[in-house]
Design a protein around this ligand. Structure first.
Ligand code: BTN
Length: 325
C-alpha cells in the first residue's frame, strides 16, 4: 500500500463525501495518481464508494490511532512505554523481534494501523482490517530466565481481559492458554515469543490482536467463531483509549510477573476462565484428540484436565473447544 493511500484515507476517515479533484489538489498529486492509489483500498478490508459528481466516501468512518492522545494517557500511568505507530507493516511481532535482537529497550511498543501478514499461534494467519482491529507488540525484558516464563502468556491474557472490561467491554473472559473471548467467541488473540538465557536475563515480545469492529470482508476470512469490541460494548471505547488502557494494564502485569510469576494472577485468571469445569475436546499439537473436563490451571500455567476414565493430565500445549462444537 502506498503512503498516498493512507494520506487519502485520513482525509476520507470522517465517512463523508470528498471530491477527488479537491483531494488530489490538496495532496499535491494528479487525479489519476490518487485514483490508482485508492484502487487497493479493498485489500485493507474496508469499502470505498466512488460516485461520479460527488467524489469518494468510505462505507464507515475510520478512527486512526492518535499517538499524541495515547502518549498523554500513558505518561500519566506508565512513562516507560515507548510507542511507535506505523500505517502498514507485515507483522509488528516480526519487526519487534528484530529490534529486540538489536538491543531495543524494555517497553518498546510497535502498533500498526494495518498488518499485511499478521501471525497467529500455531503458524496461523492473523486477519485484521484497517480501523477494525488493534494490532500491536510490546517488548519486555526480564531478569528471570527464559525457563521461568511459564504462565507468562496466561498473565498477559488476564491483563488484556481486564483492560477490555475496564473500557466497558462486557462478558469478557479468558480461554486457555491465552485467548480472550466473549460468549465463547474470540475477541482478542495473544502471541508471546520469548528468548534468552535459562538463568536470565530473558526477553518477551508480546503480540496482541484485538477485534475492534470487524467488517464482512474480514469475517469471510476468519475460520473460527469471533466477536468484536463493538458488539460487546454498550458505549464503544475509542481505539486510542483502548490501546492506552491495554498498554498500562500489560505494563503492570508484566512487572508483577517479573516479581511473582503467574502465581500472582492465577486466582484472577481462574475466575475469568470461560472453560473452568467444562467438558471439552482437547486437540494436542501432535497426539490424537480426546475428550476431558477442565479441572484447574496449575501454578506453571498448564491446564489440568481429567478424562472420563479418571486420568488427570497437565496440558502445556493444546487447543480446547466446547464438546460438540
Ligand atoms: C492467536 O493466534 O490467537 C494470536 C494472534 C496474535 C496476533 C497479534 S496482532 C499483533 C501481533 N503481530 C502479529 O503478527 N501477531 C500478533
Amino acid at each position: 500500500m502506498s503512503a498516498l493511500t493512507f494520506q487519502a484515507l485520513r482525509r476520507l476517515a470522517d465517512g463523508r463525501f470528498h471530491s477527488g479533484e479537491a483531494m488530489a489538489r490538496s495532496l499535491g498529486r494528479s487525479r489519476a495518481t490518487l485514483s490508482e492509489a485508492l484502487k487497493r483500498v479493498p485489500d485493507l478490508g474496508i469499502e470505498l464508494f466512488s460516485v461520479p459528481g460527488k467524489g469518494y466516501r468510505l462505507a464507515e468512518p475510520i478512527e486512526f490511532l492518535d499517538l499524541a492522545a495515547i502518549s498523554k494517557l500513558l505518561a500519566a500511568e506508565n512513562a516507560r512505554i515507548r510507542l511507535e505507530i506505523v500505517d502498514e507493516i507485515d507483522s509488528t511481532s516480526t519487526r519487534l523481534l528484530e529490534r529486540a535482537a538489536e538491543g531495543a529497550p524494555s517497553g518498546t511498543c510497535l502498533a500498526a494501523e494495518w498488518q499485511n501478514s499478521g501471525r497467529g499461534r500455531r503458524g496461523r494467519n492473523w486477519v485484521s482490517m484497517l480501523g477494525g482491529s488493534l494490532t500491536f507488540s510490546l517488548l519486555w525484558r526480564f531478569e528471570r530466565g527464559a525457563g521461568h516464563l511459564g504462565g507468562l502468556s496466561l498473565a498477559v491474557g488476564a491483563a488484556v481481559a481486564r483492560a477490555l472490561t475496564e473500557c466497558g467491554v462486557e462478558r469478557v473472559q479468558v480461554k486457555w492458554p491465552n485467548d480472550v473471548v466473549a460468549d465463547f467467541r474470540k475477541l482478542a488473540g495473544i502471541l508471546v515469543e520469548t528468548s534468552g538465557e535459562i538463568q536470565g536475563p530473558s526477553v518477551a515480545v508480546v503480540g496482541v490482536g484485538v477485534n475492534y469492529r470487524l467488517g464482512e470482508r474480514a469475517l469471510e476470512r476468519i475460520d473460527q467463531p469471533v466477536t468484536d469490541v463493538a458488539q460487546c460494548s454498550p458505549t464503544v471505547p475509542s481505539r486510542s483509549v483502548l490501546l492506552a488502557r491495554l498498554l498500562a494494564s500489560l505494563a503492570s502485569a508484566l512487572d508483577e510477573f517479573e516479581r511473582l510469576g503467574f502465581a500472582a494472577s492465577r486466582d484472577a485468571w481462574r475466575a475469568m476462565h470461560a472453560y473452568q469445569g467444562r467438558r471439552v475436546r482437547v486437540v494436542p499439537a501432535r497426539d490424537p484428540a480426546f475428550d476431558a473436563e477442565v479441572v484447574d490451571v496449575a501454578a506453571d500455567g498448564t491446564l489440568v484436565v481429567s478424562t472420563d476414565d479418571g486420568r488427570t493430565f497437565n496440558l502445556s500445549s493444546a487447543e480446547i473447544s466446547l464438546r460438540g462444537k
